[in-house]
Design a protein around this ligand. Structure first.
Ligand SMILES: Nc1nc2c(ncn2[C@@H]2O[C@H](COP(=O)(O)OP(=O)(O)OP(=O)(O)O)[C@@H](O)[C@H]2O)c(=O)[nH]1
Ligand SMILES: [Mg+2]
Length: 266
């Protein structure tokens, strides 16, 4: 008789589509500043297999928090200490308890039904599932031609400078395994957060999979993004990340030369 004892199943698999069952719990982080009118559209599209929803409230002056609690009674509300979307997301990530974290905007522009595609990529081996409006079958109803041009130019610079192969850069619909956070150490406050994540995952050598995504029009209210101001902040992040990469390379070369006795460093 065989002495093999089947190991106990510690985590429960659950179906997230007709083709896929997963074990890891999935957290959804929603940064929201005065989005009460949009939240019904956002929550309506979220799948019911989500482990938790973390809403980071940017000191909303409307009833964003009350509406969120009404729509999703178990919602975890994180009051934002600082300012900006980046600051909100960092606070939200800290509060998540799931193994997988999905970022979803609260303006009704993201379809929660796409989460299954992001999660599928992650459980199939990707570390970071990056939404793209310009990958095949992605799209946007929301971007003006000038914003498309700016995004394309910044994306081209990132691809060239960091060896990435992105088709989109400044897009807020992404998902990743929680362990990525240890490797990308986020430290920014504004809309440049998405670019910073996209650069740091490449610098950290993480496996990135682009997910075609459709961005719908913001349903109610006005955008908090200012194309020129925020475009410049994105450019600043790219240049800063580039110079720290150069400094890291220099330090590595110097260390190698010292170790091999091929040079002296002053
Ligand atoms: N908590 C919090 N959320 C914010 C802050 N700034 C923006 N957000 C949220 O971040 C999400 C994206 O912001 P939007 O204003 O839609 O900006 P965007 O999607 O980049 O730009 P558009 O394409 O023009 O809509 C929305 O859910 C906002 O409510 C902030 O300072 N704090
Ligand atoms: Mg938006």
């Amino acid at each position: 008789m065989s002495s093999f004892v089947r190991p106990a199943i510690t985590s429960q698999y659950r179906a997230i589509s007709t083709h896929l069952a997963i074990a890891p719990p999935v957290s959804v982080v929603i940064p929201a500043m005065n989005e009460a009118e949009n939240l019904p559209y956002v929550f309506k599209t979220l799948p019911d297999w989500i482990h938790e929803v973390v809403l980071v409230d940017g000191n909303s002056t409307d009833n964003t928090v009350e509406v969120a609690r009404e729509l999703w009674p178990d919602v975890v509300v994180v009051p934002q200490r600082g300012k900006g979307k980046g600051d909100a997301l960092i606070a939200g990530f800290e509060a998540c308890t799931g193994d997988i974290i999905v970022m979803v905007d609260a303006d009704g522009s993201a379809d929660g039904q796409e989460i299954v595609s992001y999660v599928s990529a992650l459980v199939s081996g990707a570390d970071f599932a990056k939404g793209s409006r310009f990958a095949n079958s992605g799209g946007t109803d929301d971007m003006t031609p000038i914003r498309k041009l700016g995004n394309w130019a910044l994306c081209t610079v990132v691809n060239k400078k960091f060896g990435a192969r992105y088709t989109d850069l400044c897009y807020g619909y992404n998902a990743f395994w929680r362990h990525c956070l240890d490797q990308i150490d986020l430290d920014c406050t504004g809309f440049e957060v998405e670019t910073l994540m996209n650069i740091r995952v490449v610098k950290a050598g993480l496996k990135v999979q682009e997910i075609p995504s459709h961005e719908y029009l913001r349903i109610h209210g006005a955008s908090n993004l200012r194309a020129v101001r925020d475009g410049l902040r994105v450019l600043k992040v790219i240049l800063k990340e580039r110079s720290t990469r150069r400094a890291q390379r220099r330090r590595r070369t110097q260390a190698t030369m010292l170790n091999t006795g091929r040079g002296e460093v002053s």
